[in-house]
Write a protein that binds this ligand. Structure first.
Ligand SMILES: Cc1cc2nc3c(=O)[nH]c(=O)nc-3n(C[C@H](O)[C@H](O)[C@H](O)COP(=O)(O)OP(=O)(O)OC[C@H]3O[C@@H](n4cnc5c(N)ncnc54)[C@H](O)[C@@H]3O)c2cc1C
Length: 386
């Protein structure tokens, strides 16, 4: 008689919880190990004095992937939400900032005193964007004036390096110039925000999975894991997991959140859920006021300022030479070669990819399929596993 194979999952964010739940639903034994004291990973939400807020920055769920939407829909009651990002722009000779849509909308730009210059630059844009680096891509999509107003200083603050040192690879998903008058940031089929944020949703996905919190696992723990498990899914950052912190470059953020009582329960303090603050006059990159997205009616609000450059593994750093991506691939090979059990990778950290929540979930779905196929071919599946 064969026993039901067991899978260890390292990391309890979207990708780890999704992979763990899908494998459990297929009949495997699963155990999830999370470094923090709670699940949720980067998308975690918290509550301060009754107000839901996001300690790791704004997290709107949006996708056009029907399998992902269906999966998340099983666990989330989402409030329909249309994410519109504002950018705080300071113009010469004007005391007060202006708040313009991100991505920039041509109709709004026509109202600016700088419009004649912007218009001339837009007329001279190349037919296809440059892929040389992030700066050249941006300038070839919106011209140097808009690049200067919306992108340059934000990028320098966010990434801590000059935009020409960064790869253009991630730019098409993040940068645009629009003239359709529709100020929604995302154009996906599904878009929503849960009333209590994502914490409860992710916890609900992992609810039947046995979990150990406060457990930081690494390469040296695999020997012990192999005694109990037949495969491991790793969603942790691989420089950390392999015991080589610092070998991969990361960019992290820190948020400073302020609880403010308000008289009107519907009141908010900032002009939008997410307001980008590119100017170097501000040490932070943006403000987030999650109350705009949850629609909570409560006599307070929480405004968070997002400061870049914190020592956390939040963003992979996509440089022009793809140095980090190559190193991540070699760390995967090294881990697989030395591990005493089969290792599978998924998620934003382990794959060193600048991806959204829906993409992390989609990766976990593929990963669960791969683990299932592997264990089935190894002959370990029992009748209970389907
Ligand atoms: C500032 C910011 C804003 C974002 N906004 C959006 C948005 O609006 N919409 C959107 O769709 N996406 C957004 N994203 C992306 C989204 O956060 C990620 O795609 C998603 O959270 C990735 O999930 P994950 O499980 O792959 O990684 P994570 O959420 O990082 O989860 C990894 C988990 O592994 C744990 N862990 C790490 N190392 C170990 C270890 N050695 N042992 C055990 N556990 C470990 C961590 O504690 C963590 O819980 C944003 C990202 C950032 C940085």
């Amino acid at each position: 008689m064969t026993t039901t194979p067991s899978v260890a999952v390292v990391g309890g964010g979207w990708s780890g919880c999704t992979a763990a739940r899908l494998l459990l639903d297929r009949g495997y034994r699963v155990h999830l190990y999370e470094r923090d004291q709670q699940l949720g990973g980067h998308s975690r939400s918290e509550v301060l004095g009754g107000v839901v807020f996001e300690p790791n920055g704004p997290h709107i769920f949006h996708t056009s992937d029907s399998a992902v939407a269906e999966f998340v829909g099983r666990y989330a009651i989402g409030r329909p939400f249309e994410h519109r990002v504002l950018t705080e722009i300071f113009l010469e000779d004007e005391e007060e900032p202006r708040y313009l849509a991100w991505p920039p909308q041509v109709d709004q730009l026509r109202e600016l005193p700088l419009w004649p210059r912007i218009e001339k630059e837009l007329e001279n844009l190349p037919a296809t964007p440059s892929t040389a680096n992030f700066q050249e891509y941006s300038e070839s999509v919106m011209g140097p004036t808009l690049y200067g107003l919306f992108v340059r200083e934000y990028t320098v603050k966010q990434w801590g390096r000059e935009p020409h040192e960064l790869s253009a690879d991630f730019a098409p998903k993040r940068l645009d110039l629009r003239s359709d008058g529709n100020t929604r940031l995302f154009r996906d089929r599904w878009e929503f925000f849960p009333e209590r944020g994502f914490q409860e949703v992710i916890e609900q996905i992992a609810r039947p999975v046995p979990v150990t919190v406060g457990a930081t696992l690494g390469l040296t723990d695999l020997e012990e894991l192999a005694r109990e498990h037949q495969a491991v899914v790793v969603t942790a950052a691989l420089d950390d997991f392999a015991g080589r912190p610092g070998s991969l470059e990361w960019r992290g953020i820190r948020t400073v959140s302020r609880y403010v009582p308000v008289d009107d329960p519907a009141a908010t303090l900032t002009p939008g859920y997410q307001v980008n603050r590119p100017s170097l006059r501000r040490p932070y990159t943006r403000t987030i006021e999650t109350k705009h997205a949850t629609g909570q009616r409560i006599g307070a609000t929480v405004v968070s300022e997002e400061y870049p450059g914190a020592p956390h593994r939040h963003y992979p750093v996509p440089t022009v030479d793809s140095r980090n991506e190559r190193l991540n691939d070699s760390l995967k090979r090294e881990i697989r070669e030395t591990a005493p059990l089969p290792v599978f990778f998924c998620g934003r950290l382990a794959n060193y990819l600048y991806i959204n929540q829906d993409e992390a979930i989609a990766q976990a779905m593929v990963c669960a399929e791969e683990v299932d196929a592997f264990l089935a071919s190894a002959g370990g599946r029992t009748e209970g596993a389907s």
